[in-house]
Design a protein around this ligand. Structure first.
Ligand SMILES: NC(=O)c1ccc[n+]([C@@H]2O[C@H](COP(=O)([O-])OP(=O)(O)OC[C@H]3O[C@@H](n4cnc5c(N)ncnc54)[C@H](O)[C@@H]3O)[C@@H](O)[C@H]2O)c1
Length: 304
């Protein structure tokens, strides 16, 4: 199949691109390299350094590549930045999506895959592990943009017949994650320990998150190329506190560092754990990588 991947120079989508190419698909990548890196790009992908808000350049990409599937991962991903500048978040995450949807309809794309976020759509839910039918309660402009994107996708499917799959990820971790970024506590802890620097834990460290390994996220993106449309959680159903995560990383790296404690961040959710039963029943997906194995693989990557 001809697949256009946006954000394909980023952490998650660069792994998806590698897998699609290994599976024999023809892959093109649109990325403005704002946080993406050229060295993550698969050399067999056709690369376009284009901003998803740039309708004219995007149109040329669609005309040239004629994608059958669009896999949309490019985004403004920083929750705190979205709070500081909601208009910028909406510009990238909503206007960018609408440009892609318009071109997808004009160019007869047959399926649209979208990277959504469980943590941002139902932070501090009432039920754990949280199912997809839980009421969405975003607490940041980033969460609103992810949920609003899903509503646009559902509308376009209803009115225009373009099937979509929105994958609501937990906290994705693994090789290539940026240890210098805002997000990605696993990579940040590993980066600090390798540099013999003391990491900081915000709040009491008992915030629970659902850490899902990037290879498992990739397999969800493979299974979503066919099968039913809709919204699916992609997590492990298991919550791990930041303190326990840090201890696990210490153990894997053979260290016993202590973290600096800092005041909690305003608005940070206490708990986010996703049910993956729907993904299992309808996509045939299940998480395969235990946390400790995923941490080991991530540490190996950063030690190279
Ligand atoms: N990392 C997680 O835990 C997580 C959790 C839930 C959802 N997601 C979603 O998964 C997707 C990928 O996230 P990631 O962690 O790999 O982040 P990332 O920053 O590594 O990847 C995002 C990519 O999009 C590109 N990009 C940003 N703005 C762009 C624009 N205007 N035009 C073109 N390209 C642009 C960046 O250069 C980057 O390569 C995002 O949509 C994110 O919201 C990630």
């Amino acid at each position: 199949m001809r697949i256009l991947v946006t954000g394909g120079a980023g952490f998650i989508a660069s792994h998806i691109v590698d897998r699609y190419i290994a599976d024999g698909h023809t892959v093109s990548v649109v990325d403005n390299l704002s946080s993406g890196k050229k060295e993550r790009l698969n050399p067999s992908a056709h690369f376009y350094q284009v901003d998803i808000r740039d309708a004219d350049s995007l149109k040329s990409v669609f005309e040239q590549e004629k994608p059958e599937i669009v896999n949309h991962h490019a985004a403004q991903i920083d929750v705190r930045k979205s709070i500081a500048d909601p208009a910028f978040d909406a510009d990238v995450n909503l206007i960018g999506l609408l440009r892609l949807l318009e071109l997808s309809r004009e160019h007869n794309v047959t399926r649209f895959l979208f990277a959504s976020s469980g943590g941002a759509i139902y932070p501090d839910a009432d039920t754990f592990p949280t199912p997809e039918i839980h009421e969405p309660r975003p607490q940041s402009p980033y969460g609103v943009s992810k949920y609003a994107s899903e509503i646009y996708l559902a509308m376009v499917e209803r009115l225009e017949g373009l099937p979509f799959v929105a994958l609501r990820y937990g906290n994705v971790y693994g090789p290539r994650q940026d240890p210098h970024g805002e997000a990605g506590v696993v990579a940040i802890f590993i980066g600090k320990l390798l540099a013999h620097e003391t990491p900081t834990i915000f709040g009491d460290g008992e915030q629970m998150r659902d850490y899902v390994f990037v290879a498992d996220v990739v397999s969800a993106n493979v299974l979503s190329l066919n099968g039913p449309s809709g919204v699916f959680n992609i997590g492990t159903g298991e919550g791990t506190s930041v303190n326990a995560l840090f201890q696990n990383i210490n153990n894997v790296m053979g260290k016993n560092m202590k973290a600096i404690e800092a005041p909690g961040r305003v608005g940070e959710a206490k708990k986010s754990v996703l049910s993956w039963e729907k993904a299992k029943a309808e996509l045939g997906w299940s998480p395969q990588t235990p946390l400790i194995d995923g941490i080991r693989k991530t540490v190996e990557f950063f030690q190279l």
